[in-house]
Ligand binder design. Structure first.
Ligand SMILES: C[S@@+](CC[C@H](N)C(=O)[O-])C[C@H]1O[C@@H](n2cnc3c(N)ncnc32)[C@H](O)[C@@H]1O
Length: 297
């Protein structure tokens, strides 16, 4: 290859080809394509794919998310920058669930231990996991995580398996909770579900990179965008541990209805908003005491 990945200025013809195709960050993209290509012929093919409108992440095979480089195959939802806010909220709650790192030298002398005890493993489910970005980022941020992830789409499951393997995560394929092992019932501390939430009528308005290159099942949330969320919330109380949290993204407009949905299932709702990332996260917490909230009818 004639240009190295660190070239200060990538070859003009590549930049021109990308710019002519409408890539705003043509120079940066050219550098990434050069660093990802194994041969000059491979590079030429990648430049053409990108010029034809394929998302950059699908062309180079990875996306950056929460400082991690995650595998993203063609046909799999590309993790969005705004979802880092959901990860931040989930990380804070997971660290609280783990409890303070015990020093190991408190209590009666016979129980004392010089080595600090580690916090307990936090049970995380990344539901509707796509590439597994949310679960992988949580596992990277929290000291000890027992990670599970699930998605209905086989391509997403394949991709997630690659991304959560370093954290020892398990990935299941199927409709929402259906493929999960029964032993997870009532044990999940953090249930992060970045469900599809685009209203059906708005899917056609999405940019082509999403509308054409990401699967409809990853985007379309039904007439008001909340169909999948309603199903997730309905069964969440059965899977959450006492004090466990369900977290999901919505649009700002959808948030009031999403809050009602969560409250209706006996979870205590809260809304977190990031204006910097222009995103809203709804959190529903299963009360720590009292009977399990009612199951879905
Ligand atoms: C918006 S994408 C989010 C992917 C990933 N969590 C992320 O943030 O990058 C939604 C994902 O939900 C999955 N999905 C949609 N309906 C589902 C269902 N009924 N059961 C399981 N997964 C589903 C899609 O395949 C897609 O990967």
């Amino acid at each position: 290859m004639s240009a190295s990945p660190t070239s200060a200025s990538p070859p003009g013809p590549i930049v021109t080809r990308l710019r002519d195709a409408g890539c705003v960050f043509a120079e940066d993209e050219a550098r990434l394509l050069i660093s990802a290509a194994r041969t000059p012929a491979g590079l030429a093919a990648m430049v053409e794919q990108r010029a034809a409108g394929h998302p950059l992440e699908h062309v180079i095979g990875w996306a950056e998310f929460c400082g991690l480089r995650l595998a993203v195959e063609p046909g799999v939802f590309i993790p969005r920058r705004r979802t880092e806010f959901l990860v931040r909220q989930a990380t804070a709650l997971a660290r609280r669930a783990a409890g303070p790192a015990r020093t190991g030298n408190a209590g009666p002398a016979r129980n004392r231990d010089a080595s600090p005890a580690r916090p307990r493993a936090v049970v995380v489910l990344d539901l509707c996991c796509g590439s597994g970005a949310v679960g992988a980022a949580l596992a990277a941020a929290v000291d000890r995580v027992e990670l599970h992830a699930a998605d209905i789409d086989p391509a997403a499951v394949r991709c997630a398996q690659r991304n959560v393997a370093p954290a020892g995560g398990q990935v299941y394929q199927g409709d929402l909770y259906a493929p999960l092992p029964g032993r997870l019932r009532g044990r999940i501390d953090i249930l992060a579900a970045n469900v599809p939430y685009v209203p059906t009528g708005a899917v056609g308005l999405l940019p082509p990179e999403a509308r054409v290159h990401e699967p409809r099942v990853a985007l379309d949330g039904g007439v008001d965008g909340l169909d999948v969320l309603r199903r997730v919330a309905a069964a969440a109380p059965q899977w959450l541990a006492p004090g466990g949290h369900l977290l999901f993204e919505t649009s700002e407009d959808q948030a009031p209805q999403a809050v009602e949905t969560v409250a209706h299932r006996g979870l205590v709702p809260r809304v977190a908003r990031s204006s910097a990332l222009n995103t809203t996260v709804v959190i529903g917490t299963r009360p720590s005491r009292g009977p399990r909230p009612p199951a879905a009818p």
